[in-house]
Ligand binder design. Structure first.
Ligand code: SAM
Length: 295
């Protein structure tokens, strides 16, 4: 399935409905209704002249081995031990708690978030969801965290709901999320690991799909996108085989604001690179269906 770059701008009312579809929240700030939240990012890309950290100061080697045993002392022993207030302002968490009548928990996870472009785009679309980028490279995850803090400082009251943390998502996701906690999980431009002998490192694997299904609630969505057709086919094949997921229907795809964002090809740093080079991308999205993961 090749992504067509849609040029259609969403009307603000559509965006608002879509952004909150399935949730009981409504945007509390309608002042920016003439801003196209799906269009190019309002924050300057290289962050010149702002306090937003620059990518080039957070360079790190391109790859980490996800199968290696690293030092992961910061990993919570169980989701209960995870401190949301280590990432999001306490006052913001309190506000969410008041609205929801229960503790605010992360509901969207961007796995292998890189420099966090998607988080920045999702933040205003889903202002009441706690969104977390999970990234294995220490410097890169640090960049995402500092980018979120800087954005909050520059735009008071905004970007309260995004952050980034360092983890190996192939090993520790159930340490962060309890069963059915997530509404959305994203795998955008995952490392391709081309060599046959390295395919075990791919983030979409049959055994791991059961873990992703565990963290996602019924009706939750798993998004994948890649510019490597072989990787797209691989992810599709593995997900098609899982009894815990079904592909989104054409109608569902067309209704989903995140799909629209991904079809435009601009939300993440990798996506932007592909778009600049006029490359194709493959987008495969799945709905978590009823049933329990078997390991
Ligand atoms: N999603 C981002 C984007 O579209 O711009 C980044 C894509 S980049 C090609 C893949 C990212 O996944 C890298 O930043 C890499 O460090 C991260 N990654 C790879 N394996 C991971 C793992 N097991 N857990 C968390 N992050 C991982």
């Amino acid at each position: 399935m090749t992504t067509v770059t849609t040029k259609v701008l969403m009307t603000p009312s559509k965006r608002q409905d879509e952004g909150n579809r399935g949730h009981h929240h409504h945007r509390d700030n309608d002042d920016d209704d003439d801003v196209d939240l799906l269009g190019e990012i309002a924050v300057s890309a290289n962050n010149q002249g702002t306090s937003i950290p620059r990518k080039r100061d957070y360079r790190q080697r391109a790859h980490c081995n996800p199968l290696a045993n690293g030092r992961w002392e910061d990993t919570p022993t169980a989701p209960d031990a995870f401190r949301e207030d280590g990432h999001y302002e306490r006052t913001f968490l309190e506000e969410l708690k008041k609205d929801e009548g229960k503790e605010a928990k992360i509901t969207f996870a961007d796995i292998g978030c890189g420099f966090g472009g998607l988080l920045v785009r999702l933040s205003p679309l889903f202002p009441k969801e706690l969104i977390m980028g999970m990234e294995i490279r220490a410097q890169v995850s640090e960049y995402v965290r500092e980018r979120s803090l800087a954005l909050r400082k520059e735009h008071p009251g905004e970007y309260q709901n995004i952050s980034g943390l360092r983890t190996n998502s192939m090993k520790f996701l159930p340490n962060y999320f309890e069963k059915g906690q997530l509404k959305k999980i994203f795998f955008l431009f995952p490392d391709p690991h081309f060599k046959r002998s390295k395919r075990r490192r791919r983030i979409i694997q049959t055994a791991l799909i059961a873990e992703y299904a565990f963290c996602l609630r019924e009706g939750g969505i798993l998004y994948t996108q890649t510019d490597v057709k072989d990787v797209g086919d691989w992810m599709k094949e593995k997900l098609d085989m899982s009894p815990l997921f079904r592909p989104m229907t054409e109608g569902e795809l067309n209704e989903d604001v995140c799909v629209e964002l991904l079809r435009r090809g601009t939300p993440t740093e990798e996506g932007q690179k592909v778009k600049r080079n006029s490359g194709s991308t493959w987008l495969h999205c799945y709905v978590r269906v009823h049933g329990n993961p078997r390991y």
